[in-house]
Ligand binder design. Structure first.
Ligand SMILES: Cc1cc2nc3c(=O)[nH]c(=O)nc-3n(C[C@H](O)[C@H](O)[C@H](O)COP(=O)(O)OP(=O)(O)OC[C@H]3O[C@@H](n4cnc5c(N)ncnc54)[C@H](O)[C@@H]3O)c2cc1C
Length: 471
């Protein structure tokens, strides 16, 4: 067994971990940064679209506006103290990043795209290889280089496995390498930043979907719940494990990289109806793509649902967003079912004809009388960033696409306080243990799978963890 000592050890070198490590070093601590991957290691922070927003609000809008956006989007699911800290420090985190190598530009027409990493990852030729040498990868490389040049120890190929504790205080961790070598690092503070548990099928089965193998991994898949298990083993509280951030995708995305991680069907699906294998609606499509993806994942067979729409929706919402399904799906071989009647569409999709016709007829009547809230299940209708307003499905040209849920990162995780200190099941602070980024819970999720912005959250709480963890 190899042994090392340092003031701070950070586990995971995505954005949250790199920011925490770099910041702790900047404040004078000795820091070891452990990364399970090697070389150009996969991480969501490398593959990201790169928009720093807070609940689809401009991240520089100031604490009052950001707090409104967080509480508006998250309802009760975001812990009020965490919401306050997120709103208060997000702008500072952006400034810190800009001073430490982040290159931001206006990513699109929306105000929430005012801080997007450039070069932009989505607009360049070469799609779907959207990420190499784009803004996010450049930022990771820059943070890593500055960290090592300033004296930090960056160890790749080491996977954190267990925490060291004495009398309830955390004082280091054990890590292993692929060859079985063990490394013990004694440290005054440990920061967990391993990116969530979407890459662990058993945890996903337990909390999110009965058939994890029938979800599309929309991200790196390198968050395997190690931090969650390590923290739980020493008494940490876990919160909100039943929701994930993801999008609605075509079923073919599960095996075809040309459909990874875009295009997504969120706006199309929330403008139309989504039915299960019985031809009936099973969720409120109007809540938007993230909530829809969660509902699809929870089906007994997550590959059994269809979006039902018509040519007018295909030409409208089907062409919305950065990389829309129309025309990209046809170019990439997605099966788009078309028929002149709903009966014929039901037959093509293998759905019960009478049920599908009834579902669409009832839905159309509700749209016509603005009474979709009376449908069963109720149907909301709003047009915003990732959802479209309910539109009638009355032809000509009825269409269907088989769906799948794309999982990007899990929203729940280790409970922390506003300074990124890990909380125990009794609510007290676990001394010496910190967490940041998608490894943490208490922000997002709830019944509507509220999404508050993964990158801004990783940067903000990475910064706070780096500051608080310095002994
Ligand atoms: C395609 C895509 C588009 C996205 N677009 C956006 C966007 O536009 N805006 C936005 O806000 N968010 C977006 N996100 C989400 C955002 O990228 C993430 O929320 C954010 O990057 C999470 O950062 P993190 O540091 O917590 O996790 P990660 O970046 O996943 O980093 C975790 C790291 O920990 C390492 N690790 C795991 N286990 C261990 C272990 N046991 N020991 C050591 N290391 C370990 C992993 O290998 C990984 O490198 C997107 C994500 C994807 C995939």
């Amino acid at each position: 067994m190899q042994e090392m000592t340092s003031d701070v050890v950070v586990m995971g070198a995505g954005l949250a971990g790199l920011v925490a490590a770099r910041r702790a070093l900047e404040l004078g601590a000795s820091v070891v940064l452990l990364e399970a991957g090697d070389g150009r290691y996969p991480a969501n922070s490398r593959y990201t679209g790169g928009v720093f927003h807070v609940a689809f609000e401009d991240v520089t809008a100031g604490p009052t506006v950001l707090l409104d956006a967080i509480t508006g989007a998250g309802g009760d699911c975001c812990d009020p103290e965490l919401a306050g800290a997120y709103a208060a420090h997000a702008g500072r985190a952006i400034e810190w990043l800009a001073a430490n190598g982040a290159d931001f530009g206006q990513g699109g027409d929306f105000p929430w795209m005012s801080r997007m990493l450039v070069p932009l990852s989505l607009r360049e030729p070469g799609f779907p290889n959207h990420w190499p040498d784009k803004g996010a990868e450049r930022l990771l490389e820059r943070l890593a280089r500055d960290f090592t040049e300033a004296g930090g120890e960056f160890l790749r190929g080491w996977r954190g496995r267990s925490l060291l504790t004495t009398n309830g205080r955390c004082h280091g961790l054990d890590a292993t390498r692929a060859d079985g070598e063990v490394l013990r690092i004694a440290a005054k503070s440990v920061v967990i930043a391993d990116g969530g548990f979407q890459g662990d099928p058993e945890l996903v089965r337990e909390h999110i979907s009965p058939r994890p193998e029938r979800l599309c991994m929309r991200g790196a898949g390198t968050g395997r719940g190690d931090g969650l298990k390590m923290a739980a083993a020493i008494g940490a509280r876990l919160v909100g494990l039943d929701r994930f951030y993801g999008h609605v995708q075509a079923a073919e995305a599960i095996r075809d990289d040309r459909l990874w991680p875009y295009p997504i069907l969120d706006i199309l699906a929330s403008s139309a109806v989504v039915v299960g294998p019985d031809g009936r609606r099973f969720t409120d499509e109007g809540k938007g793509g993230v909530a829809l993806a969660n509902a699809i994942a929870a089906l007994p067979d997550p590959l059994s649902s269809f979006v039902i729409f018509d040519q007018a929706i295909w030409e409208g919402p089907g062409r919305a967003f950065l990389l829309p399904p129309n025309p990209n799906f046809e170019e990439r071989g997605v099966a788009i079912l078309r028929a002149d009647t709903l009966e014929a569409l039901a037959e093509a999709a293998g759905l019960p004809e009478a049920n599908l016709v009834r579902t669409v007829t009832n839905y159309n009547a509700a749209v016509a009388t603005s009474s979709t809230a009376q449908l069963d299940p109720p149907r909301s209708s709003r047009a915003d960033t990732l959802s479209g307003a309910a539109r009638p499905i009355d032809g000509p040209g009825f269409m269907a696409i088989r769906l799948c849920a794309g999982i990007t990162y899990t929203m729940g995780g280790i409970a922390i306080d506003p300074s990124a200190r890990v909380l125990s099941r009794s609510g007290s602070v676990i001394e010496g243990l910190f967490a940041a980024g998608s490894a943490t819970g208490g922000f997002e999720g709830g019944p509507d799978a509220a999404y508050l912005g993964g990158l801004a959250r990783a940067a903000t709480f990475g910064l706070l963890a780096g500051e608080t963890a310095v002994p």
